[in-house]
Design a protein around this ligand. Sequence first.
Ligand SMILES: NC(=O)c1ccc[n+]([C@@H]2O[C@H](COP(=O)([O-])OP(=O)(O)OC[C@H]3O[C@@H](n4cnc5c(N)ncnc54)[C@H](O)[C@@H]3O)[C@@H](O)[C@H]2O)c1
Length: 311
Amino acid sequence: MKQTYLVTGAAGFIGSALSKKILEMGHSVVTVDNLSTGNKSNIPKEVELIEGDCQSDLIINKLKRYKFDAIFHIAGQSSGEISFQDPIYDLQTNTQSTLLLLKLCEEISCSDFIYASSMSVYGDPDKLPVSEHADCNPKSFYAVGKLASENYLKIYSNKHLKTTALRFFNAYGPGQNLSNMKQGMVSIFLSMALKSNKINVRGDPNRFRDFIYIDDLINGIWSSLNRKGSNFEAINLSSGKKTTVKEVVDCINNNVFGDIDINYSLGTPGDQFGIYGSTEYALELLGWKTEVNFIDGMKKMVRWAKEHLDE
Ligand SMILES: NC(=O)c1ccc[n+]([C@@H]2O[C@H](COP(=O)([O-])OP(=O)(O)OC[C@H]3O[C@@H](n4cnc5c(N)ncnc54)[C@H](O)[C@@H]3O)[C@@H](O)[C@H]2O)c1
């Protein structure tokens, strides 16, 4: 049966890809986007756009006339650095929005809420790969806001709502914003390499991350609709693989021009040193794991970036 979903942030990297997937599955999508980091041109034309902030009462009131089968709250700002520059903005855009949308869910009797959380909630974990049972020690206001949102989800799950916090690790791939130099390690480095044949790395090249290709991430998000269990769950969407910053730079170097000038400088505040995720819980609850390895994913990303650099 045709379903209707709210996907917030459909003008952005992940929200637009998720909307495309949902349309391909034959369903309808409504989105709220304030176009702060997203582009209208990313929103598939079949998607109904309500332009504005997710944390605005006016927008929330507009959403009350719909009967959503699930809400995917993807919109948000995803820069740790910006969260330090403007913590109130971060709180409103990432956390207040979550609380208001959960309240909406209850009011319109929508029973499924899926949230774009982040691996940043863990901080620097004691044990790797980090599992969902590990302590959370956020190092940035961004991560504090994501963890607070998760806790709102947990409380709302006691109100007969199924709530799922998906802890995204570092997403990359075609569709990522190549002009936003505040978010997305791969897109930032790739954009620098293609535009100036130079990469400025802020922080230690031995730092490491867990990169997840956009198609894998979208399949993970989609599979969470039919996950096992009710109430609240927090689930890693990760590849389980460790890739250092240096490996990312080398990979770009090998796939772009092969002679890139690399500079290293001081890191950004609240940056985690190294993290990669355990994939077991996602496999158990979602029956999902990643399929695209980093080198193959990067080749596709570089090809796409060369064609779309000036857009
Ligand atoms: N990309 C990643 O690697 C990653 C990792 C962890 C978590 N996340 C989370 O996933 C979500 C999507 O990330 P993305 O990479 O697609 O970012 P993005 O910037 O490409 O997309 C975010 C979209 O949300 C919109 N938006 C932002 N604040 C809004 C608000 N208050 N109201 C309405 N619209 C708003 C933007 O205009 C944009 O279209 C974010 O919540 C982010 O924190 C992303």
